[in-house]
Structures are given as C-alpha cells and as structure tokens.
Design a binder for this molecule. Structure first.
Ligand code: ADP
Ligand code: MG
Length: 323
C-alpha cells in the first residue's frame, strides 16, 4: 500500500537531523515557531528544482536531496548569512519509498553538516518538483549585497569554475570520456555542489558586493555590475579551473565554460583595495580559497581580456523563458 502523506512526512522528514534551540516549534503543527536571535537580520531565500529542467529524472535521489539544499545554502553564503532553518515543498508523482529514503538521507546529511534544521514544508502529488526555502542570520545591517562595488575594487571568485558545465556536456558526449578518472570529480561538482558558507560569513564587512554563481560568471557578475552601477574588466586567463577541467575540456570549452557555463555555486565578490590582503588571508583558510580575476571600473559593461587581447565569450547565462 502506498504511504499516506502523514506517514511519509513522519518517516522521512519529521524528527530527522539537528535540533536547534531557536526552533520553538518544528514539524508537527500548522506552522513552525522560530526565534530570530536579537541583533540579527533574518535572510530568506528560495530555490526550486524541477525534474528534467534542473536534474535528470533518473539522477541519484541522494544527490538531488543534497543539491536542493545546497543551492539555497549557496544563496545564504552570497548574503554572508549563517544558515539556520529550512522548509521543503515536495511535489512527487508517487510515494516511492526507496527514492524518498535516499532523497531524505542526502538532504539531512548536508543539513546536519551545516547545522540546519528542517522546520516544515508541504507535500503533494504532481510532477517531481522540489522547493527549499532557507532562513539564516546576519548581524544587523551586515548582509552582503549585489550593490556596493566601486571602481578600483578587485573581483574574486572562490573555488574553480566550469566543472559542472563540463560534466553536463560530457553526459551528452561519448561514453569513453565518462569512464575517465576526471569524470567522477566533474560529476560530483555538478551533482553535489559545495556551498561556500564559511567564506560568505568571513566576507562580512570586507566584500563590497557579492553573488553566488548559478547562471555563469559573466551573467552573475553582470548582476553585481548593474546593481552597483559600474563596469569591469575580467582577465580570463586568471579564472580558476580544476585539474580535471583542464584535462577534459575541449579547446572551445576551455575559455567559455568557466565564463558562462553555470551551476558552479561558487561566490563572486568584490573587495576594496585596502581590504584585499585581509580578504585573501581569511579565505585562504577555507577549501577552495579565492582567486583574483579582474577589477571594477567606472565605464559600464563587462570587458573580457585573454592574455591582453579582447575575448568575446560565446554564450551568457542560462535563462528560463528565453527562446
Ligand atoms: P497543513 O495541512 O496544516 O498545511 P500539513 O499536513 O501539510 O499541514 O503538514 C503537517 C506538518 O508537516 C507541518 O508542520 C508541515 O510543516 C510539515 N510538512 C509537510 N510536508 C513536509 C515536508 N515535505 N517536509 C517537511 N515538513 C513537512
Ligand atoms: Mg493545517
């Protein structure tokens, strides 16, 4: 017999993972009761993942659980927020217990590592869709924003770019490539991104602007430039890529995927010159570190240089609803 909605919630989502003292009432009632610490601003973000749009329908459910939370944690990181509470809207075609067990395990493994408690949600039948809403805290007035970059500020990114986009390309390529040792690393970067939460929190009071890279570096940096009313020059050869990426990328992909591939979930941020040393020192302590890739300038628009020559990236950013 298929699980009832209430059994499903109890078996896979209620009373799992961490218990936070700021959760007055968690999963059980018509609403959660939550206590924001005094002196903190509450930061809220939401991201939806739709089967066939954001992941393959037959993808590992544990990875789907991980990623549904990770993309929201990445938004917290981009705001400099410390993640605290999550809610989950789950739309399922059927109550497949093996799928739910693995999905729940993937989600709670990451939630546990980040001290996040699932405090509520909604469950209904329909095409497989996962929506997570994240809540986190920053000290009052300290949230990182897209607006705030000034001419002369240095542009950085965490980690490496292009890995996830290359993994996605390889899926539709030949199977020989997928057997390569580097393929597993790239697939991991696509399916189980690492939200840069510690880096985001460390950048409070240091970064003048920040964003997480979900649609591709040039598109997302473009949001910082627009919100800040500035332009920038990127030095494309400095954009960090992994060993696996360098080994597997074809000539055309080598420069384009790190710039416009997307799904990286790294941070892109700007730092005023006087705080550069501090930023680099702080971020060196975290996995992925940070790399200087360009500079903010007054003239609007984004200019890309590859070894000093003008470089035009081929595509810019994934957009829903575009033709
Ligand atoms: P209501 O019908 O009053 O909206 P529900 O029956 O939908 O309540 O939910 C009962 C409890 O289970 C609530 O606390 C709700 O937040 C929680 N819940 C429902 N679905 C999920 C889910 N997918 N993940 C986590 N909590 C959930
Ligand atoms: Mg109710």
């Amino acid at each position: 017999m298929p699980l009832s909605e209430f059994d499903l919630i109890n078996r896979y989502f209620a009373h799992h993972g961490v218990t936070r003292p700021d959760v007055v009432l968690g999963i059980s009632d018509d609403g959660a009761v939550l206590r924001v610490p005094p002196g903190s601003d509450l930061v809220v973000a939401m991201d939806t993942m739709v089967s066939d749009v954001h992941f393959f329908p037959d993808a590992d459910p544990a990875s789907i659980g991980h990623k549904a939370l990770a993309v929201n944690l990445s938004d917290m990181a981009a705001m400099g927020a410390e993640p605290a509470w999550a809610t989950l809207a789950l739309t399922l075609p059927q109550s497949d217990e093996a799928w739910l067990a693995a999905f729940s395990a993937g989600l709670f493994a990451l939630a546990g590592r980040c001290g996040v408690q699932l405090v509520g949600g909604d469950t209904c039948r329909g095409p497989l869709t996962l929506t997570v809403q994240m809540h986190g805290f920053v000290p009052e007035g300290m949230a990182l924003r897209r607006a705030g970059a000034r001419p002369g500020d240095v542009i950085y990114v965490t980690g490496t770019l292009g890995d996830a986009a290359l993994a996605l390309r390889m899926r539709s390529g030949n199977t020989e490539e997928l057997a390569h040792t580097h393929a597993a690393f790239l697939a991991e970067r696509l399916e189980r991104p690492t939200p840069r939460i510690q880096a985001g929190m460390a950048l409070r009071g240091i970064a003048s602007a920040a964003i997480d890279i979900s649609d591709g570096l040039t598109a997302d940096l473009g949001h910082i430039l627009k919100a800040s009313g500035v332009g920038a020059t990127l030095e494309v050869e400095h954009v960090p890529v992994s060993t696996a990426f360098t080994a597997m990328a074809k000539h055309k992909e080598r420069w384009n995927l790190p710039l416009s591939g997307g799904d990286d979930y790294e941070l892109c941020f700007t730092v005023p010159p006087e705080k550069q040393a501090e930023a680099e020192q702080l971020l060196a302590r975290f996995p992925g570190g940070c790399t200087r890739i360009g500079v903010i300038e007054s003239p609007h628009g984004l200019r890309c240089l590859l070894n000093g020559e003008v470089f035009e990236p081929t595509a810019s950013g994934y957009q829903h609803f575009s033709a």
